[in-house]
Every structure is written in structure tokens, then in C-alpha cells.
Design a protein around this ligand. Structure first.
Ligand SMILES: NC(=O)c1ccc[n+]([C@@H]2O[C@H](COP(=O)([O-])OP(=O)(O)OC[C@H]3O[C@@H](n4cnc5c(N)ncnc54)[C@H](OP(=O)(O)O)[C@@H]3O)[C@@H](O)[C@H]2O)c1
Length: 325
């Protein structure tokens, strides 16, 4: 019915080719007390064919990524490495970038993202300055100063509101915005807006994170069975069908394999079903967990900012009668 697609590449607005499926390293356990669990998982991911690795300073796992790449023997030039500037480092982007470079033990970083728009001070307090636009100008200064060490810059968790503020001052357009996308939080308006700007969207939590309701939904399972694949493969293929790259995390080889061998084509009615899945009763909500491990409600603060400051949609199934667009 449908042929399998091993690795497709996305052309970014920088001209770089980024593998459409990356390996997510959050939830990965850093090398604490000598455990090599995450390093071993990344080695397996590289064996399975992943060539795009998503990490961040905040995950505390950059040294594990470096160790795994070394163990795997995969040449650096085959890899696309993404890492992120943490909120407490907005006031000194250069120092934070150089620290990530050192921890990743690599000559260059392919893509450096502003992890969140807001800067945080001591105790997680949101600071007025630097603003997202000011931090972006600091990121521009770093890529201009280190053109051989940094190939592209981008953002994460940005909305229409925050990207508009950034673009007012930017001389370099972000290459990517990494945000949550899955059938319960498909964000079609956001995707269309960024596509119009020429900024690629990468989906985080594309499977819905731990205990994802998407993975146990019988109708989604029935569609996956039609293609003779698991639900994970179907959900990730749906992202790709919407022009969105994915960075699923798994610690298990068979799932890593399933997550990188995606369907090239979805029947239009199956894509439509997943596009519209979030209209079903109780199925419209962010799945990426809030800081306390519960599902977000739209009312909590995101690193000191309200949803309104983030420019994030606040409609959630449990908190509002209004149906989404
Ligand atoms: N920019 C940001 O703010 C941000 C936020 C969140 C995440 N991220 C990035 O996005 C990556 C992925 O997101 P995520 O880790 O939140 O969630 P995710 O990839 O949507 O889901 C991971 C969960 O799904 C399970 N899983 C993986 N493949 C599966 C399959 N084929 N079938 C069934 N279950 C499967 C994993 O368990 P097993 O390991 O047991 O397989 C794990 O519990 C992160 O690792 C991180 O790199 C970025």
C-alpha cells in the first residue's frame, strides 16, 4: 500500500539539509554514577541510521552525546547536531555556546536554538531583559563571530506573538522553530504562519510523551494496522506528511527502528482523520508535560511567563467550553 521511507532531508532556509527524523535526547538519563544508559541508547540510534541528534544544555546530556558519537565511529560530517541555549544564559550567549561546543566535543554545531523566548534569573524569575529580540541579536553576533563553529540559529517554543517581536529586529531569519506537534496538539495555524515566513517547524513530543493517549487510541491503532506498522510509525509519518520534521525519543532499539522507517504516503482520509483528531471530545490539549509531571492546563506559568506572554493558545479540553478552530 505504501512504501517505507528511511531518511528524508529537509532543506532549511540556510540551504542546509537536515534529516527529517532526529533522535531526541531529553528524558535520557545523563551519565550519573557511571551509568551509560543514554550513551548506549544513542549508539544504538546511530546504528539504526539516525544522523540528526536533538539535545540541549538544559538536558545535561551533551557530554553523553559526545561520548556516544565517539563510540559509534560515525564521522562528524554525517551528523546534524542541534543543541539549545538555556533560559538562564540569555545574558551571555557566547559563553553558553562555547560551553555547549566544548561539552559536545565537536568542531561545530549545525543548529543552535533559543530553547524558550524568556530569560530567567536566579530562582527561575522571568527577567524583562534581555527580551527575546535582544537575545536573538546576541545569537546573531555569535554566529557572525564563529561562522565555522556555528552553521545555523533558530528558536523553540516561539509563537506568532514572540516571532513577530524577534523579526522586527532580526537580520538573520531563524532556520527552525521547534514546538510541540502531535495529533492532539497539531497547531495548524502556527505551522502555516511559520511556513509563510520560511521557518521550518520541528515537532517535539511527536508521540505525546509518557503514557500518551495517542498510543492507546483504538481508531489510531486501526489505521496503523491497515499499513501494517505500529502507532508510533503512523504518528511520525503524519508529521512528515504535514511538512514537519520529528525528533522522537526512545530507549528501545525496535522502537528507534520503527520511528525512523516511516510511511512515505498516507491515504488522504487517514491524514484527514489525524489532522482532525483533536476535534474529538477531550482530545485537544498539549501533551508535553508541565513542570510537575501533569498534563498542562493552560493556566500554569512557563518558566515565569503566562501563556499570554508566550502567545500560546490557552484553550484546553478541561478548562474551556469553546471548541478549537
Ligand atoms: N524544545 C523543547 O522545549 C522540547 C520539549 C520537549 C521535548 N523536546 C525534544 O523532543 C524529543 C522528543 O520528545 P519527548 O521525549 O518529549 O516525547 P516523545 O518522543 O513524543 O515520546 C517519548 C516517549 O514515547 C515512547 N516511545 C518512543 N517511541 C515509541 C513507539 N514507536 N511506540 C510507543 N512508544 C514509543 C518512549 O518510551 P521508550 O523510551 O521506552 O521507547 C517515551 O516514553 C525530546 O527527547 C527532546 O529532544 C524538546
Amino acid at each position: 500500500m505504501s512504501t517505507k521511507l528511511c531518511q528524508q532531508k529537509i532543506k532549511l532556509n540556510t540551504g542546509q539539509l537536515m534529516p527529517a527524523v532526529g533522535y531526541g535526547t531529553w528524558q535520557g538519563k545523563p551519565d550519573v554514577n557511571g551509568s551509560t544508559e543514554l550513551q548506549d541508547a544513542i549508539v544504538v540510534a546511530l546504528e539504526e541510521g539516525y544522523r540528526h541528534i536533538d539535545t540541549a544544555a538544559a538536558y545535561g546530556v551533551e557530554p553523553d552525546v559526545a561520548a556516544a558519537i565517539k563510540k559509534s565511529g560515525v564521522p562528524r560530517e554525517e551528523l546534524f547536531i542541534v543543541t539549545k541555549l538555556w533560559n538562564t544564559d540569555h545574558d551571555d550567549v557566547e559563553a553558553a555556546f562555547l560551553k555547549s561546543l566544548e561539552k559536545l566535543d565537536t568542531e561545530y554545531i549545525d543548529l543552535y536554538l533559543m530553547h524558550f523566548p524568556q530569560a530567567n534569573g536566579a530562582g527561575g524569575v522571568a527577567l524583562e531583559h534581555p527580551t527575546p529580540a535582544e537575545t536573538w541579536l546576541n545569537m546573531e553576533a555569535v554566529i557572525k563571530k564563529y561562522p565555522t563553529k556555528l552553521r545555523a540559529i533558530g528558536v523553540s517554543n516561539f509563537s506568532k506573538k514572540t516571532i513577530d517581536q524577534l523579526l522586527e529586529v532580526a537580520t538573520i531569519k531563524p532556520a527552525v522553530n521547534q514546538v510541540e506537534v502531535n495529533p492532539m496538539w497539531p497547531q495548524p495555524e502556527l505551522r502555516a504562519y511559520f511556513e509563510g515566513l520560511g521557518i521550518h517547524i520541528t515537532a517535539y513530543s511527536p508521540l505525546g510523551q509518557w503514557d500518551s493517549p495517542l498510543l492507546t487510541d483504538p481508531e489510531i491503532a486501526a489505521i496503523a494496522a491497515k499499513y501494517n506498522v505500529g502507532v508510533g510509525t503512523l504518528l511520525l509519518s503524519w508529521c512528515l506528511a504535514n511538512g514537519v520534521s520529528v525528533i522522537p525519543k526512545s530507549a528501545r532499539r525496535e522502537r528507534m527502528h520503527a520511528n525512523i522507517n516511516l510511511l512515505k504516503n498516507l491515504e488522504p482520509e487517514d491524514k484527514k482523520f489525524l489532522d482532525e483528531f483533536h476535534f474529538k471530545e477531550g482530545m485537544h490539549r498539549r501533551l508535553c508535560l508541565a513542570g510537575d509531571g501533569t498534563r498542562p492546563t493552560g493556566k500554569e506559568l512557563i518558566f515565569g511567563w503566562t501563556y499570554e506572554q508566550m502567545g500560546w493558545e490557552t484553550f484546553f479540553v478541561d478548562t474551556d467550553e469553546r471548541r478549537p478552530m
